[in-house]
Design a binder for this molecule. Sequence first.
Ligand code: ZN
Ligand code: ZN
Length: 256
Amino acid sequence: MNIQVLGAHNCESQNSKFISLLIDDVLAIDAGGLTSSLSLTAQQKIKAILLTHHHYDHIRDIPAIAMNLFLQGTTTSIYATQSVYDALTTYLLNGKLYPNFLEQPPENPTVKFTIIKPHQTKQIEGYSILAVPVNHTDPTVGYQVTSPDGKTVFYTSDTGPGLTNCWEYVSPQLLIIEVTASNRFTEWVAGGGHLTPSLLERELAEFRELKGYLPRVIIVHMNPYMEKDIAAEVAAVAKNLSASLTLAHEGMEINL
Ligand SMILES: [Zn+2]
Ligand SMILES: [Zn+2]
């Protein structure tokens, strides 16, 4: 399994992009940095896009990629929970801001939308996909993706602390988890459904207690203004836990 980190941050600039992961060139998770990171041809190769929640930094490129596919007469499939579907169809794919690619072109709409339910494994493009609810301000799921050859990654998306329930459902070799802010903001972000390095440490300790191991950990969704502090604090967590924790960056590739 090849995982490309297309976007790893919660702010966009020439050096940082909103969150997006791409697995084996065909399966995308979240759409914050899809079109700005990929050639038109690479966008056309994406067979399915999984969305974790409806926040703008995770869905932003859906209309843009749809326009590319529409112009080429091709299609893609989007998978998300009911609440994401409701938000997308109310605010973004509603025919007002841009064409409604769920209905255009009428004979073969560009975007096929499938609603997924948490805790039910679904086969998508040969991968086993399991959506697991996490603790964010709006309904959010993380995705566990298992490839045909048994490689497994779990991406939490945006989440605050309290992941014990979530850990019960997943057993990844690689954990991609968010750390949005540095420890100085621990109290502030926990209420907003995000993690800091110290909150992450507790969640990982809980994971190890429950599962008997710790997977390799990649950190995403950093606030670029706090990244230096986050990096130093994450290094301390890695030392405390004797674990492998790495901050992601745009263009990073991970092979499982
Ligand atoms: Zn969010
Ligand atoms: Zn976010």
